[in-house]
Design a protein around this ligand. Structure first.
Ligand code: 5GP
Length: 193
């Protein structure tokens, strides 16, 4: 298997690298790509639509999904809310031969790596460490301690690049998104030696 048989792609990368923005660009410009809608215990932000951005569920609802085995992977993100990928829609998209994309955090990506090793794992990387720092602390609303913690997390997350099949650098969102789609829909990768 080269990994393209399943046509499942996992997009992950450090916090604030712009995964969500890249996925939103793909959603808008590439209707042929199916993008998973995650379940989360996080409350909806203004403008977010149930079933489109997320399935917003209660703690008990999330517990039930976990207990039933409904989630392909799940994780607590930013030590706050739980996020998970509903399994059945992914399987249905793949059964219909649609290229499928999961935009999830690193912990989730590792779980999918364990359960679906044939998927294509794409690491989204910032153009430089300085740029990631700028995107991370740009709002300037964090305390100094929080800022140090976020930077430490980002450094550890960047080190995960070697776990992935391919890296896409997010300098310009449209360019990174097109590169991602080309990887998803392009010819099979050569098997590793
Ligand atoms: P936000 O709350 O800003 O929408 O997302 C926060 C983080 O949750 C992002 O890093 C995103 O990649 C991650 N995330 C979203 N959905 C899932 C999911 O289904 N599983 C995992 N493991 N992470 C997710």
């Amino acid at each position: 298997m080269t990994g393209r048989g399943s046509r499942l792609t996992v997009l992950a990368g450090p916090t604030a690298v712009g995964k969500g923005t890249v996925a939103a660009y793909v959603r808008m410009h590439h209707p042929e790509v199916w993008i998973s809608v995650s379940a989360t215990t996080r409350p909806a932000r203004p403008g977010e639509v149930e079933g489109r951005h997320y399935h917003f569920v209660s703690d008990a609802g999330f517990d039930a999904m976990v207990a039933r085995g409904d989630l392909l992977e799940w994780a607590v993100v930013h030590r706050a809310w739980r996020y998970g990928t509903p399994r059945r829609p992914v399987e249905e998209a793949l059964a219909h031969g649609r290229p499928a994309l999961l935009e999830i955090d690193l912990q989730g990506a590792r779980q999918v790596r364990a359960s679906m090793p044939d998927a294509l794992f794409v690491f989204l990387k910032p153009p430089s460490w300085e740029e990631l720092v700028r995107r991370l602390v740009g709002r300037g609303t964090e305390t100094p301690e929080e800022r140090v913690r976020r930077l430490e997390t980002a450094r550890a997350e960047l080190a995960a690049e070697t776990e992935f099949d391919v890296t896409v650098v997010n300098t310009e969102v449209p360019v990174a998104a097109e590169e991602l789609v080309a990887l998803m829909t392009g010819p099979p990768r050569a098997p590793s030696p």
